[in-house]
Design a protein around this ligand. Structure first.
Ligand code: VGL
Ligand code: ZN
Length: 201
């Protein structure tokens, strides 16, 4: 067995004070740093949007964050402008240890489609390369940590499991957006129902 850690979107805009702040998002960073020595391979995903991204409420007339639209045939939650390519908000948290990260996978780069998963866009049309990379490295087990539990962590874990990786989400090293109060709990239940293990440190 070969174990990989997938660090999902621990970027300034998802931390308290950021454009799409996740409550307590900063609290996971010491945990994520402290477990890294337990893995054979570490990768990170990075939400990396062009300024004209279709997931930004500001790019649609009379729309506010939290509203839902149809974006080229897919249901799309609208978000505040966040993780714009090369902006400070898109940078990894300054206290996140990135020294052992073998490869970074940007996602959400196509303005016409969002990408919650670190593996595929939301239409499952294009790969980011993460799946092929993990397979080429002989990874069998993946552990997912980061932000946010109810969006990018969830879809990354579901895709990892669908690709055949034994998948575990480390729940206390994740935090959720919770547009609805139960979104994080619902996401964990859905992952569990799809064969993903949920563990705490
Ligand atoms: C995310 C909403 C929009 C996430 C990214 O990282 O969970 N959520 N973009
Ligand atoms: Zn995004």
């Amino acid at each position: 067995m070969k174990k990989a850690l997938i660090i999902v979107d621990i970027q300034n805009d998802f931390l308290p004070g950021g454009a799409l702040a996740v409550n307590e998002g900063d609290q996971i960073i010491p945990l994520v740093n402290s477990i890294q020595n337990q893995f054979d391979l570490i990768v990170a995903t990075q939400d990396w949007h062009p300024a004209n991204h279709g997931s930004f409420a500001a790019n649609h007339q009379e729309k506010s964050p939290g509203e839902v639209i149809d974006l080229y045939g897919l249901t799309q939650v609208l978000w505040p402008v966040h993780c714009v390519q090369n902006s400070p908000g898109a940078e990894f948290a300054s206290d996140l240890d990135m020294k052992q990260v073998a490869k970074i996978f940007p996602k959400g780069t196509d303005p016409d489609i969002d990408s919650y998963s670190g593996f595929f866009d939301n239409g499952r049309k294009k790969k980011t390369g993460l799946g092929d990379f993990l397979q080429s490295e002989g990874v069998t087990h993946v552990y997912v940590v980061g932000l946010a539990t109810d969006y990018c962590v969830k879809y990354t874990a579901l895709d990892a499991a669908s690709l055949g990786f034994q998948t575990t989400v480390i729940k206390d090293a994740c935090r959720g957006v919770n547009l609805q109060p139960n979104d994080t709990e619902d996401a964990l239940s859905e992952m569990l129902a799809k064969g993903i293990k949920i563990m705490t440190l």
